[in-house]
Design a protein around this ligand. Structure first.
Ligand code: GLA
Length: 671
């Protein structure tokens, strides 16, 4: 971590010294080398347990699928077969003179679309790159002078189209050494550094500044405020029909009359008081800012129970997440009956005599559950599929749409995730009409209810759902496949995140692009919870990017295992403000040079939120230039993770961004 700001200026002296040192390195080792016998060490003789691979395991003198190495029709006896993204650190003991190899995609991918780039770094400097290599291309030759280099890093990255079929060979790869043999070492360990300052003990009102509700619908808004308790809340100019509980900060009731109301919320404790406006918009639009909350999928999968949901609600309050604007506690797949299951907990009659859907025995009292969640000032969500079955094979809603919507409302839910899944069997073809149809049906069913439902479409981006998600009534729609919990999660985070460039015009108040959940903290498959595979900097990238994208902020790790670092990532109010800004813009790409990406979005107050990302394997300087951002003149730059002003900048801002890391800033014009 620890990004450093500003470009370091090289003095003439330092450059001259560096040049001198380089000259010495060039001259001395050559002389030394010439006087000693050079020895060959094959890369495949090093400890390949230290080489990472995005799929499979690195192989000695074989491809990643354990076949003879073959690139562009040419066979190689020796080498290492791996898979992007793959990295290996090697301590050269300063005794290696040369590294050489033939690199390329293994022919075993057989006409598939693998594309990669091989890179060789020495002491954090790029020494050699293959450029883009595609499956079927002839092997490219690497011949790298290693004199003076202490630590080498061999990298295979995807060619920019994801890592599928990126079977990559370092064929014939060898070192020429004089002296000690190179040794594979562990990659540098990144510390989880908490940047988010602890919230002030004085009152501060956080979260959404604008809130939508339909006329007559039950209203629930808990004023999210940090600061010491006890705290007393106030609300001036609430529309008729709403009342505030001064002790809990919960505003409830319902508003009959359409319109825009501007209330002033207040929070007071022994140390001070604060006020903030809340715009309450009574009309047809909901989710005027991206929904924030938690979903059970990535930590409990179908083992989810009523108790786990209640525990999650408790944790949302006890950890203070509620004070930063988190409000939804959502059950994913697995609460219904699984037809044909012999397990008494989940088997049984899918529906009652009237056709109403049953929950399974892990959810004995759905109304009791939502009452419990509401009693905490939170809201409740659930999941179903327009098909006969959900993705996990539980009862879906097909041909019971109205009945199910009514049932969800009776139970007291506030959020519905509607997951395509087995509807694929019902749809006649892949036409837009067929893709939209089930979502229109549920839109109509939800419209008839006297409760507000956030309607979350889930169909993985088919037929460019972002272009029509709002038309079928969606408040947010998954734009991509599942992020997944594989070790290659980082690749998905940046690939799915950056996929949103160009889709910014489809996001806005009431309709958001949804790149899936925040996969930090403890996540896992079928009860086997483990810490996220994302490194600390990758986690900063994940949250920074999701906030810039104005994505729903739905955490999906175990709420009862929230450590301080994870909590610090979820509860930075200045970072959340980027996500929750009432203008509702989604960021887009401003520039990209190699691994350096700059993304930015406009904020309602005229400032800009800017993310500097480094997707590369070593720290690098990333620069945001004013002309690229469409601004000019002096800007006050504020570091949002540290919540600190960095200084006034004239025409650009540069920061040292660590490997796979992010720096998130806000630019305020200086007038
Ligand atoms: C799909 C969705 C996930 C999750 C599962 C449940 O894969 O994309 O988010 O809801 O189904 O089975």
């Amino acid at each position: 971590m620890n990004p450093e700001y500003g470009v370091k200026k090289e003095s003439f002296l330092s450059r001259a010294m560096a040049a001198g040192a380089a000259l010495m390195l060039l001259v001395l080792p050559t002389w030394a080398a010439d006087s000693a016998e050079r020895e060959t060490v094959w890369l495949s003789s090093l400890d390949l347990g230290k080489m990472t691979a995005g799929w499979g395991e690195p192989q000695i003198d074989r491809s990643v699928q354990e076949k003879p190495i073959s690139i562009g029709g040419k066979r190689f006896d020796k080498g290492v077969g791996t898979h992007a993204t793959s990295a290996m650190y090697i301590d050269l003991k300063r005794d290696a003179k040369r590294f050489s190899a033939f690199v390329g995609v293994d022919d075993e991918v057989n006409g598939n679309v693998g594309s990669v780039e091989f890179r060789v770094y020495g002491d954090h400097k790029l020494l050699w790159t293959s450029g883009l290599i595609k499956a079927g291309d002839r092997a490219r030759e690497a011949d790298v002078d290693l004199r003076g280099v202490k630590t080498l890093m061999l990298l295979v990255k995807s060619g920019g189209d994801g890592v599928s079929y990126d079977h990559a060979n370092w064929a014939d790869a060898k070192f020429e050494i004089v002296g000690d043999k190179p040794e594979a070492i562990d990659p540098p360990v990144e510390k989880a550094i908490i940047l988010t300052p602890k919230p002030s003990p004085k009152p501060r009102i956080n979260g959404a500044k604008v809130f939508g509700v339909r006329p007559g619908s039950p209203f629930l808004f808990t004023i999210p405020a940090t600061g010491n308790r006890p705290m007393e809340f106030s609300a001036k100019r609430l529309p008729d029909g709403l009342r505030l509980d001064k002790r809990t900060g919960r505003i409830t009731g319902s508003v009959a009359k359409r319109g825009k109301y501007v209330a002033t919320l207040g929070a007071k404790n022994a140390l001070g008081e604060t006020e903030r406006e809340l715009r309450i918009v009574v009309g047809d639009k909901l989710a005027l800012t991206p929904p924030m909350g938690w979903n059970s999928w990535y930590c409990f999968f179908t083992t989810v129970t009523d108790k786990m949901m209640r525990d999650a609600a408790d944790a949302m309050v006890n950890t203070g997440m509620i004070n930063h604007g988190y409000s939804y506690v959502n059950i994913d797949d697995g609460w219904m009956i699984k037809p044909d299951s012999n397990d008494p907990a989940i088997g049984g009659e899918p529906r009652d005599a009237a056709g109403k859907i049953n929950s399974n025995r892990n959810f004995p009292d759905m109304k009791g559950l939502t009452d419990y969640i509401h009693s905490k000032g939170l809201k409740a969500g659930l999941y179903t599929s327009p098909g006969p079955l959900t993705c996990a094979g539980y009862t879906g809603t097909y041909q019971h749409e109205e009945l199910d919507a009514q049932r969800f409302a009776e139970w007291g839910f506030d959020f519905l995730k509607y997951d395509w899944c087995s509807y694929g069997r019902i749809a006649k073809d892949n036409s837009l009409d067929e893709r939209q149809k089930p979502y229109f049906v549920m839109k109509a069913a939800l419209a008839k209810l006297d409760r507000d439902f956030i309607y979350n479409l889930c169909q993985y981006g088919m037929s460019n759902v972002w272009e029509w998600g709002a038309e079928v009534g969606g408040h947010c729609w998954r734009t991509t496949g599942d992020l997944g919990i594989a070790t290659s999660l980082y690749d998905n985070v940046v690939r799915y995140g950056f996929f949103h460039d160009g889709k910014e015009k489809w996001a806005g108040p009431g309709h958001w692009n949804d790149p899936d959940y925040l996969l930090i903290g403890w996540i896992g498959w079928k009860g086997a919870l483990r810490p996220t595979p994302l490194s600390p900097n990758e986690q900063y990238t994940h949250v920074s990017l999701w906030c810039l994208l104005a994505a729903p902020l739905i955490f999906s790790g175990d709420m009862t295992k929230l450590d301080e670092f994870t909590l610090s990532l979820l509860t930075n109010d200045e970072v959340i403000e980027i996500d929750q800004d009432p203008l509702g813009r989604q960021a887009s790409r401003i520039s990209q040079e190699d691994d350096r990406h700059v993304w930015a979005k406009d904020m309602e107050d005229g400032s800009k939120a800017v993310g500097l990302f480094n997707t590369g394997e070593i720290a690098t300087t990333v620069t945001a230039r004013w002309p690229d951002l469409g601004i000019s003149g002096k800007q006050r730059v504020r570091d949002l993770w540290r919540q600190k002003d960095i200084g006034i900048f004239e025409s650009s801002f540069s920061a040292e961004v660590p490997r796979h890391g992010a720096v998130l800033v806000r630019l305020f014009p200086v007038r």
